[in-house]
Write a protein that binds this ligand. Sequence first.
Ligand SMILES: [Zn+2]
Ligand SMILES: [Zn+2]
Length: 279
Amino acid sequence: MRLTILGTGSARPVGDSGQSGVLVQSGETSVLFDIGSGIASQVEARVGATNLAGLFVGHFHADHWIDIGPMRYRFPWADDAPRKLPVFLPSGGREKLQHLAAAINERPTFFEPAFDITEYESGTAYPVGALTVTPHAVGHYVPAWSMDIRGPGGERIVYAGDMGPSEMVIDLARDADVLILEATLETGATDDARRGHLDTPEAIDHVRRSGAKQGILVHYWSERRQIIRDLCAASGVAVVPGVTGMVVQIEDGAVRVEAPDVPAWFPPHAGRGVSGATD
Ligand SMILES: [Zn+2]
Ligand SMILES: [Zn+2]
């Protein structure tokens, strides 16, 4: 099994990455998890939307699904696609898609020829080609789900998505091969009382306590990458900030991270704290 990080940004745009998107592949099966701004292009660069076996959206914040609009244009305009893309959405997803269609296209049925929609349920296992995916509800500002992704050889990835501190995710990722976590905040002290995101030390602590072989941190402002790298390196835990194009191979119980050489990046225009919005 192999995963590719397609984007590491949060809601505020950054200059060197799209938003949320993770591609998981096993044999001929390619499944996309989240499709924030910039991810539809990344899919085309690597596999092509029409070759996906499925798409799972973890929650309805724009930075996790807004590129489903552009992706639609890879499928036939009016006639049914020869093979519709199975799209797995949280409860209420069909209606959300109709609203999005009304906003960006004159036809409320815009998405129907392309996508085969399933509104998933917590704790239900969905087989998609060679993979099996089970969504689990997790605490965020809006209803949100972590994804337990299992391969045919017992390989296991937990893509936790946006969340506050979660004992459930630590248990879910117990001894997983890879745990993908967000590291959104500079400090959890600024978060709402009902937590919706993690800071980097919290994310590292989740990886440590889960016993996952490898942690990957995503959903961060790019100008914080070096700080996150340093915290990871000092932690003694197998955890690194994800970067766009990072590939993680899981084979025979071993996990190998292949990261492109992405430098620490400082935005030419936006300083830190320009917007506190994270989503
Ligand atoms: Zn988000
Ligand atoms: Zn969110």
